[in-house]
Ligand binder design. Structure first.
Ligand SMILES: [Zn+2]
Length: 398
């Protein structure tokens, strides 16, 4: 075991120390186990940047190391630890830490960060003027935790098996991207990737979700031997993905170019929806004054809005009183629009937007998959329906 003077000195000053033998660590990093580095937070660092801090809590204290296999591990019995960053240095409980990586594990149990509880370790890495806070967690525990966030309470086992495979495949694909791009984390914790809010969420059937993970243990989806990018969303609204233009490169991802519609989500609430905006609210949200009308002027073959024109009273510029927006931009500004397939009409002092589906219309339609289970399809048939040409394969463990 290599002697680490700076870490030892730092910890000697700040804690009453108990050195723990490496074999007592909470996570088993042996070959064959696979761990996911989930980005929970990051912040800029540097001379002109404000200090940031992160509070971690764990009932029976923490084990600290620098994350290298030869590192000594120290026990801090306090149930709270504060990691901060200032002037390009990491501080642990206000004491300067001289390395750029710190691994913090719970002595036992879990770590509470913000409002959520996490299994696994927390890893802080200072790299290129940024501090990354990651949760290093066993792959199957991660799949379970994301299932707690992304699934729906009280849905049956079979549909959760579908989601577990999609979640496992998605993170494997992102980890593959991370390796290619030399990215420090594998995946983000928000819905730009997969929503991950720890593993203790209320009103979840933990046993059923754990079973969905264990019954699909190691299964991922591939297409011609490559791991697929298994997009999934709430409700497709009956849109045919192959007709969607400009969002997905279907040559790279032919398994997302489903040529037939999903008829299974028709009874779901989000299949068709309507929201209304007061003209005043709309003007504020779009930062456009004196709106007379808004109309959808271009759609793609699938029916997704490509262009919207906003007509204003008086001339917006020298040439016209029309402002053009992309469909994506309107979707971004008006958060209550649930999908990219919609129409707009004016009713009195309101604009009423009616649409189909909830999400991006590509990949698994969650409500459709739920209905397919009701109609006795199994998880393999459902995955083949939503990702045509894909196959189930085993996770590539080294
Ligand atoms: Zn559907």
């Amino acid at each position: 075991m290599k002697y680490n003077f700076s870490l030892f000195f730092f910890l000697l000053v700040c804690f009453s120390l108990i050195t723990i033998n490496n074999t007592q660590k909470t996570i088993d990093y042996r070959k064959g186990n696979y761990f996911v580095n989930v980005l929970l937070s990051d912040c800029e660092v540097g001379k002109d940047v404000e200090a940031h801090s992160f509070d971690l809590r764990s009932e029976n204290g923490f084990l600290l190391s620098d994350g290298t296999p030869e590192s000594k591990v120290f026990y801090n019995k306090s149930n709270k630890i504060t990691i901060s960053v200032k002037d390009n240095f990491i501080y642990i409980n206000d004491k300067k830490y001289l390395k750029n990586k710190a691994r913090i594990s719970p002595k036992d149990g879990d770590i509470n960060f913000g409002q959520y509880f996490y299994q696994g370790d927390f890893v802080f890495v200072l790299d290129h003027k940024k501090l990354y806070l990651m949760n290093k967690i066993n792959l199957e525990d991660y799949v379970f935790a994301v299932l707690c966030s992304e699934s729906w309470p009280n849905w049956p086992l079979e549909v959760n098996k579908v989601f577990a495979i999609a979640i496992r495949t998605y993170v494997t694909k992102r980890a593959q991207d991370a390796k290619k791009a030399n990215r420090i984390y594998h995946i983000k914790n928000d819905n730009s990737h997969q929503t991950y809010r720890g593993y203790k969420l209320p009103n979840r059937n933990y046993d059923l979700l754990r079973t969905a993970v264990s019954k699909t243990d190691d299964l991922i989806l591939t297409y011609n031997g490559d791991i697929i990018d298994p997009l999934y969303d709430c409700c497709c609204g009956g849109i045919i993905p192959a007709d969607i233009e400009g969002k997905i490169n279907f040559k790279k991802a032919p398994y997302l170019a489903r040529k037939y519609s999903c008829p299974y989500c028709k009874k779901c609430k989000s299949y068709s929806w309507e929201v209304a905006y007061d003209v005043k609210d709309l003007e504020e949200l779009l930062d456009i004054k004196n709106i007379l009308s808004i109309s959808v002027t271009k759609k793609d073959k699938a029916g997704l809005v490509k262009e919207v024109q906003v007509k204003v009273s008086g001339k917006r510029n020298k040439h016209s009183n029309i402002i053009k927006l992309t469909g994506d931009k309107l979707h971004k500004y008006l958060k209550r629009i649930k999908s990219f397939c919609y129409s707009i009409k004016k009713q009195g002092k309101k604009f009423v937007i009616s649409g189909k589906g909830h999400g991006h219309h590509i990949g698994i339609c969650q409500w459709g998959a739920r209905e397919m289970v009701r109609q006795n399809f199994d998880f393999k048939q459902i995955l083949t329906f939503y990702y045509p040409g894909s196959k189930l394969s085993l996770f590539p463990r080294e």
